[in-house]
Design a protein around this ligand. Structure first.
Ligand code: KG4
Ligand code: ZN
Length: 346
């Protein structure tokens, strides 16, 4: 019955979790509000906030799980990828704990952990399964053969899905992060009112940069066209009036296009691999339109679909704990000389 204490600090969330025998007993997350005023995560401020939060967050996770430090069998931490200053705070803290407790250290890949969040609660997918991981920094289709064996079979060649949401929201004058706001306004809108192009990209890779450009022109033209045409150019006032009067329909139409770009590739991946257990992961899987379209497509295609509970979709240490647990069972520990990496191979 190994007990794993896990630490996540790859971006702007300081999180700690305890998992015993594959069950997550606590998952405490401290969100850093400091970035809101800057319209994005400021790396230097994120590192400093991790320094402030890490001790109380770990204490809270242990307390909630009813576990003492002496009862921990291994320390897992997010080694890569992420903001290097943020990763170093969690990594160094994890190493210090492992050293003082004389316990093994487990290095976890953040994107693999997003995939394995699907193993936290029942029902669980059967191996091999596919996972569409959609976050602010990544968009990937992962083929997962076992908890310690997975590979990326499709990914974005430019923006991530979360960026596509956030950048579209910014063009609409909405504050950061705009993804949840697009979701909110889209609920009241008509997803077929405006049409945005789907990129014609062969294979399983994604592209969102064309969508961003077409939204930019669409708004500059106050909805008359989504191509660059000087004769359609609207004044700032006309543009803002158009956005104000059509916000719900614009959000619904943009969201609809992002979702079809994502799900058409998942369908293709399922057809090519013959795999029928399909999962969602990452912060964008909080999107209500994506969740329902994914479940709907699963019903039509005869898939078993899985979406982690919300607290395990966004950045969290629960997913690091479950990944650490499976790595621990396989004896995959690392020496205390290990370093953190901003970028990392799988
Ligand atoms: O996985 P995540 O919490 O952080 C990382 O990027 O690792 O994902 C954050 C992204 C942001 O781009 C945010 O706008 C997006 O997820 N997001 C959403 C929704 N909730 C979060 N996008 C669309 N609809 C939502 N409901
Ligand atoms: Zn993430």
């Amino acid at each position: 019955m190994p007990t794993i204490l896990a630490i996540e600090s790859s971006c702007d969330e300081t999180s700690a979790a305890v998992c015993t025998d594959g069950k997550v007993l606590s998952n405490f997350i401290a969100t850093q509000a400091v970035h809101e005023q800057y319209g994005g995560v400021v790396p230097e401020l994120a590192s400093r906030a991790h320094m402030q939060h890490i001790v109380p967050v770990v204490e809270k996770a242990l307390k909630e799980a009813g576990t003492a430090l002496a009862g921990v069998d291994a320390i897992a931490f997010t080694q890569s990828p992420g903001l290097i200053g943020s990763l170093l705070v969690g990594g160094q803290f994890a190493k210090s704990l492992a050293l003082s407790l004389h316990k093994p250290l487990i290095a976890v890949h953040h994107m693999q952990a997003h995939v394995l969040a699907n193993l936290i609660e029942d029902p669980k997918p059967a191996f091999p399964f596919l996972c569409l991981t959609v976050s602010g920094g990544h968009t990937q289709i992962v083929l997962c053969e076992s908890p310690v064996q997975m590979r990326v079979i499709g990914e974005t060649i430019d923006d991530a899905a979360g960026e596509a949401f956030d950048k579209s929201a910014k063009l609409l004058g909405l504050p950061y992060p705009g993804g949840p706001l697009i979701d909110k306004y889209a609920k009241e809108g008509n997803p077929h009112r405006f049409s945005f192009p789907e990129p014609q990209l062969a294979g399983l890779n994604f592209s969102f940069s064309g969508l961003k450009t077409s939204i930019l022109y669409f708004l500059q033209n106050a909805g008359k066209s989504n191509l660059y045409k000087e004769e359609f150019a609207a004044t700032e006032e006309e543009k803002n009036k158009f956005i104000e009067e059509n916000l719900a329909d614009i959000c619904a139409s943009v969201q609809h296009r992002i979702i079809t770009i994502l799900l058409n590739k998942v369908k293709k991946a399922a057809q090519e691999t013959g795999i029928r257990d399909i999962c969602l992961a990452g912060g964008v899987s909080a999107n209500s339109g994506l969740r329902s379209a994914f479940t709907e497509m699963g019903k039509k295609q005869g898939w078993n679909t899985f979406i982690p509970a919300f607290q395990y979709c966004t950045d969290n240490a629960g997913m690091i704990a479950i990944t650490g647990y499976y790595k621990f069972l396989e004896g995959k520990t690392v020496p205390l000389s290990v370093t953190s990496n901003a970028r990392a191979e799988w």
